[in-house]
Write a protein that binds this ligand. Structure first.
Ligand code: UN1
Length: 519
């Protein structure tokens, strides 16, 4: 079996405990054995990152940009192999895996040139012979913990901006996709990162390496934390970061609304809703949670949607052709998903489609292959109402609710009636309705006539309410998460000039009374 190691200060480092990574579509296929880094190893990684920061933080930003460009080209060269590994390990389709990897390439190419900008400002001073300028400065050592559903794209949204701005990193990748993360890390190294700039520590999350890395904020070993995952873990990280006066990047859960109005192109809306609900088996933070349907098209949409649901193909996305979605990323996520059947029943929601795990005894017509090899979920559709637990709670898996409303106002109110605010979508051709939605929806991201998923790599990604703490990833906006502003006053007057006190404020002249002209 292939053995993998932590990467600390450029060296491969073993740990005494290990875990296995498996093919999510066939759990008997072991991909490799990975270390569970212990707390001392995490401290070593932080110290290596601290030492490397003194060099990397001072490397000219355009040179750091060259390294980022090299990384982008290395990932582009390995795109196909990396996508195959990603699909095998994590279970998304190859088409989606290629998209995941492409998003990292796009991120590298965007930030390569940012190395030649990273603009500060020149600001006029109120004093003569004095110049004011601002600089973006790196924050220091960044701790990163990421989820397994986007093993390349989402880490790249953190790692690449952190690197271009001169920070150094200790990254704990998800235990669901460690081989993909290891391969990605080697391509990052290949680009020309000095030893210690990127340290990669493997392990589990709760009560393991992930939680221990978070704790190191309290030991003063980290200056910044970035996390993508559940709202409950994000809150804990936010608390620890807060008492250490750090501003973490937190990308958390969602219960994303997709509204379909009475005038919408229904074919297009059904396709968008199906993809938003079941693409990646519903395991995206941007997946749709509630499809909010305008009353006049409710029945027609429901029939069209259910027909498309019955025709979905599910299976191992590498072994079978035409699969829309593959397995659950792991057994724990399957078990958590299964619970929502009880919530729906308890609240009186109507189950329109879905039978839990796909097995030989509970088959699904569109399933290809042997369902006992992994955890595959049957596409599940509920008729639900505002206030029900399945309406309010993020269900990470192939589940969607249809919710009936009457008119744009009720649609927007319903869309906002959850504690999350990540992505959102509306299907309509009415400019006024689209405008009202855009104006009133409580979300960090909105699509008009497209799915809730599929943000482009250079747009601000992030949410409001329970979906995060207002930080944004991607594009120019992410730079604020990995830099602080340094304001510099340069006084060449040769004397002590006091702002506000020695400033030559003008003396106004005698008041001019306009009414004197009309008297
Ligand atoms: C996530 O699920 O954590 O917008 C990220 C999208 C993808 C990223 C999703 N580009 O759906």
């Amino acid at each position: 079996m292939k053995q993998f190691f932590n990467i600390i200060n450029g060296k491969e480092v073993k740990s005494s405990k290990t875990f296995l990574s498996r093919n999510s579509s066939n759990l008997s296929d072991v991909i490799g054995e990975f270390p569970i880094a212990d707390k001392d190893q995490l401290r070593d990684a932080c110290r290596a990152a601290r030492a490397a920061f003194t060099v990397w933080g001072k490397t000219p930003a355009p040179i750091r940009g060259e390294v980022i460009g090299n990384i982008g080209r290395a990932i582009a060269r390995e795109k196909e192999t990396l996508s195959q590994l990603l699909s095998r390990e994590m279970g998304k389709t190859l088409k989606e895996a290629r998209g995941d990897v492409q998003e990292a390439i796009d991120t590298c190419y965007f930030f390569q040139s940012e190395g030649r900008r990273l603009y500060g400002q020149t600001v006029p001073s109120e004093m003569r012979n004095k110049e004011l300028t601002t600089y973006r400065r790196p924050i220091g050592v960044v701790g990163i913990v990421t989820a397994g559903n986007f093993p390349v794209a989402v880490p790249s949204w953190k790692i690449i901006p952190a690197l271009i701005t001169g920070n150094t990193i200790v990254w704990k990748p998800s235990e669901d996709s460690p081989a993909t993360s290891y391969a990605f890390s080697k391509l990052l190294e290949e680009g020309g990162l000095p030893d210690g700039v990127l340290n990669v520590v493997f392990g589990l999350g709760a009560d393991s390496t992930g939680a221990e890395l978070v704790e190191l904020m309290d030991e003063g070993l980290l200056n910044k934390f970035a996390f993508t995952g559940s709202t409950s873990v994000g809150r804990k990280i936010g608390e620890i970061a807060g008492r250490n006066l750090m501003h973490p990047t937190l990308e958390l859960g969602g219960k994303n609304p997709l509204v379909v109005m009475r005038d919408a192109d229904l074919e297009n809306a059904v396709s968008g809703a199906l993809w938003a609900s079941f693409g990646t088996g519903g395991q995206r933070c941007t997946s749709a949670g509630n499809i909010i349907l305008d009353a006049p098209i409710y029945e027609e949409f429901k029939q069209m949607f259910l027909e498309r649901v019955k025709a979905i193909t599910i299976g191992d996305p590498i072994e079978q052709d035409g699969v829309l979605y593959g397995p659950f990323i792991n057994e724990r996520m399957y078990n958590t998903w299964l619970e929502h059947y009880d919530w729906g029943k308890a609240d009186g929601a109507v189950l329109l489609h879905g039978t839990g795990r796909i097995t030989k005894d509970a088959p699904f017509a569109g399933f290809k292959g042997d369902p006992s090899l992994a955890f595959f979920g049957s596409p599940t559709v509920w008729e639900a109402k505002r206030g029900m637990k399945i309406f309010q709670t993020e269900v990470f898996g192939p589940t969607i609710n249809l919710v009936k409303v009457d008119g744009i106002e009720e649609a927007i109110e319903t869309a906002n009636a959850v504690d999350f605010g990540l992505s959102s979508a509306i299907y309509t051709n009415d400019r006024q309705w689209a405008h009202s939605f855009k104006d009133a929806i409580q979300a960090g991201m909105t699509s008009i006539n497209n799915s809730t998923t599929g943000a482009e790599a250079h747009m601000p990604f992030g949410g409001i309410k329970g979906s995060g703490n207002g930080t944004r990833e991607s594009g120019i906006w992410v730079l604020d998460g990995y830099t602080y502003w340094h304001g510099v006053n340069d006084d060449v007057s040769g004397k002590l000039q006091l702002a506000q006190m020695d400033t030559e404020y003008p003396h106004a002249r005698a008041a001019f009374d306009v009414s004197s002209l009309t008297k």
